[in-house]
Design a binder for this molecule. Structure first.
Ligand code: HEM
Length: 54
C-alpha cells in the first residue's frame, strides 16, 4: 500500500476527503451505521500507509 501511493505525496486532508466519499457512498447505499463504522475503522487503518511522510 505504501509503495502504491508514496509517489503521489498525499496529505491527511486528501485522505480525509476520500474517506468522507467512502462513508457517503456506504450511507447512500443504505449500509447500517454499525457496519459503516466498522468499515471506516478499516479504512482509517490504512492512513499511515497512504499519506506521504511529512
Ligand atoms: C484507505 C485508503 C486507500 C486504499 C485502501 C487504497 C487502495 C489502493 C490500491 C489497492 C491501489 C492499487 C495498487 C496497485 O495494485 O497498483 C491504489 C492505487 C492508487 N491510489 Fe489508492 N487507496 C487509498 C487511498 C487513496 C487516496 C486517499 C488517494 C488519492 C486521493 C489514492 C489514489 C490512488 C492512485 C492515484 C493510485 C494509482 C497509483 C499509480 O498506479 O500510479 N488512494 N490505491
Amino acid at each position: 500500500m505504501f509503495e502504491s501511493h508514496k509517489h503521489l505525496g498525499l496529505t491527511n486532508y486528501e485522505f480525509d476527503v476520500t474517506a468522507h466519499e467512502i462513508r457517503n457512498t456506504l450511507y447512500q447505499l443504505g449500509v447500517p451505521q454499525k457496519e459503516v463504522g466498522e468499515f471506516m475503522d478499516i479504512i482509517e487503518s490504512y492512513r499511515s500507509k497512504v499519506v506521504a511522510p511529512a
